[in-house]
Design a protein around this ligand. Sequence first.
Ligand code: GLN
Length: 489
Amino acid sequence: MTQIHEMNAVALAEKIRTKELSAQAVLEHFLRRIETHDSELNCFLSLNDKNHAEAEAIDSCISAGEDPGILAGVPVAIKDNIDVEGMRTTCGSRFLENFVAPFDATVVKRLKKAGAVIIGKTNLDEFAMGSSTENSAFGPTRNPWDKNRIPGGSSGGSAAAVAARLCPVSLGSDTGGSIRQPASFCGVLGVKPTYGRVSRYGLVAFGSSLDQVGPFTNSAHDAARVTGVLAGSCDLDSTAANVEVPDYEAGLDLGLNGLRIGVPKEFMAEGIDESVRNRIQESIDLMKEAGAKIVEVSLPHTKYAIPVYYIVATSEASSNLARYDGVGYGRRQEDTEDIMDMFMKSRLHGFGDEVKRRIMLGTYCLSSGYYDAYYDKAQRVRTLIRQDFEQAFQNCDVIVGPTAPTPPFKLGEKTDDPLTMYLADILTASLNLAGMPGMSTPAGFIENRNSRLPVGLQVIAAPFREDMIFRVAAAHEQLPALTKEAPIL
Ligand code: GLN
């Protein structure tokens, strides 16, 4: 018999709604898995002490004959930079170690309204700055496929939790790749919606012109359903666009026949690990056999994505993180000489090294003498990157390629060299700069000596065409070579 943790969210919600399973039993099952496996993986930073009450409320709602919502009783984990009322939002930082959120983020409110149960909060690189989850103040998360390797980042806890089936769904945030890259490294699906598709209210700001919230799931159907729940305009976030949300589940069976799939030559070039390239090429060949038309496209400014991203993201971060001064909330250094000393020491001891590095880089890029040379120039190249995508979409319906240039790396392998760590975002950051939606979907494995390492296929669509991404992911997961498996814990 299929075990509870082997079921996807859509199936679980259905079984709960029809009373074949209770929301409480489902929650218990996942909590037991967390208890057994999370001491080793370190996906969770805290559990929701109201999760039992939330599950019970769903069961009573069903017993009373009311509509429990399309995610009835589905346990969802939330990245710890997204607010859940009454729970801590640490952002993986000592600075916010004891900060308790006074309200729900809009995405959390929407999940609850759809019947989801918030199971707990997940680990991340401090303030979402990183690609490996090693920058968390609360220890790294490990990759369930190979515990000596990192799960990717910054949403590593959310990705690893879904991969290890400690919960069926989780939320992450993606500023330069933080949903897609860990999804790829953990062998799950991860969606970065169009900038403006999902409200950022209650997401702790990193790079405000880049940040988006999105889900991790184990199936395309789940990804479509959860994105549909999250998407839409919001009175509390003026950047959440007033664009109608289509029924993402309706187009999942359309298949690949006649679809024009663009492959950017820059995404399959040198610098991309050969084993990754081979796996992705196999996926492309299979999609061609399934009726898709493969066209070569070019994104010539991709080569500038890393420098442009690290100027824009650090500039916005240096300004966003100015609010952590030890006055209103968060860590305050005691026994200081005066208020300046208090500001400085609170920041000195509250932030980790990578966060400080970003604040310094960003402050430098925005300083009066260098603004034109760095920030302004980066914004101009950002426009060129967006135009590349617009051009490419003249000739294709979706774009595919690898999500990350390498398989998941070993813990500690890149911590001493921030620049190599930054290169992990080379294929993802350009989408944030251009505002495009993208997803990473599992594309098989690389056989390693002691373990199998997942590879992710990145699927990119034109703005607000997430429906295309789900259609491709749904068809892709049916391809014969891609039988899904779960890691052995
Ligand atoms: N790894 C990238 C960074 O360190 C992206 C982070 C993210 O998307 N939050 O900035």
